[in-house]
Design a protein around this ligand. Structure first.
Ligand SMILES: [Zn+2]
Length: 242
């Protein structure tokens, strides 16, 4: 049985929750959906270490989604001695390597190093890919303008929005049974979806299937409203069948 587990559900500023990262687990193999700077703690909470990770998909280059790759790179190469597979959707490689990781990973004791020295890098085109029989499609969402950023549609069943504002045209295209959607509890945000924006853009029948993630630490204040208008808050460790 394949499942998606929420490793963290927190806003980038959160102290109460880990970074908003998830994991697909199938036949004892694991694909991370993002690896932020809290990834080791989040895996530990699930009884796992970086050595239990077989592959990673990066939705976009923000610290709470990709800074954990520094640990994965060094520890998998020098401590555990293997290369995880790194799936990168279009446009992400340049930001990730040239502008972000090269400064910390580009030089090691043995000399210069490339991203491919740490990971089996798979540069995706726009086609779906498979992980352990799980079908993974991805789509551009609406996060920081002009920045490559993606969400996932998994097994034609579960939609994981990634960091994004409301994307009603995408949800209409896929008609998912379960939705994990970015949310901010602030009144407005230029790169995340407020509760009001979600309510204005999605009808009730869609919101009933929608769990909110990537939220601020003050979430208890909004629990009643969220449980009334949505399926609820996604919680750390929560599992969804795929
Ligand atoms: Zn982001």
């Amino acid at each position: 049985m394949a499942v998606l587990k929420m490793l963290g559900v927190g806003h980038s500023e959160s102290l109460a929750h880990w970074n908003n990262n998830a994991m697909i687990e199938v036949a004892n193999r694991r694909l991370l959906i993002d690896a932020g700077y809290t990834i080791k703690f989040a895996l530990r909470d699930r009884g796992l270490t970086l050595a239990d990770v077989h592959a990673i998909f990066i939705t976009h280059v923000h610290a709470d989604h990709c800074f954990g790759l520094e640990r994965l790179a060094y520890e998998c190469r020098f401590k555990y001695g293997f290369k995880p597979t790194l799936y990168l959707p279009p446009g992400v490689y340049e930001e990730l390597w040239d502008q972000t990781l090269k400064g910390v990973l580009g030089q090691v004791g043995e000399g210069p190093a490339e991203l491919a020295d740490y990971f089996d890098v798979v540069l995706l085109d726009d086609k779906p890919f498979q992980f352990g029989g799980v079908n993974i499609e991805f789509f551009q969402n609406q996060h920081t303008p002009t920045k490559p950023s993606y969400g996932l549609m998994i097994n034609e069943r579960l939609l994981f929005s990634g960091d994004t504002r409301a994307i009603p045209e995408v949800l209409n295209r896929y008609t998912p049974e379960v939705i994990l959607h970015d949310a901010t509890l602030a009144d407005w945000n230029p790169v995340h979806a407020s509760l009001q924006e979600l309510c204005e853009n999605y009808p009730e029948n869609i919101r009933r299937r929608m769990y909110l993630m990537s939220y601020e630490d003050e979430y208890e204040q909004q629990r009643e409203r969220v449980e009334q208008d949505f399926a609820g808050f996604a919680t750390q460790g929560q599992e969804f069948e795929l």
